[in-house]
Design a protein around this ligand. Sequence first.
Ligand code: ZN
Length: 93
Amino acid sequence: MPKHIPIRTCVACRGSSAKRTLVRIVRGPDGRVAVDPTGKANGRGAYLCARRSCWEKGLKSGVLGRALKAEMSEPDRAALAAHGDQYQDDSDA
Ligand SMILES: [Zn+2]
């Protein structure tokens, strides 16, 4: 039996998938919002697909900020946008 795989939901497209296909974004104790490559950082987390369209939607529509209950600063937002730009916009859904 495989171990239980946590299922997470992308805040942009509401699609669910195994955690490893989603990227965690965390609002740290200092209020900074950043990508959490380990998936284990303390703070409130939200997930986006590793897909460019989800990052654009999450940032532009503000759903990411709402999910994190965070007021995102411009530098943080720009860093996240740059991160999202790395991904392809493949639509395997
Ligand atoms: Zn998504």
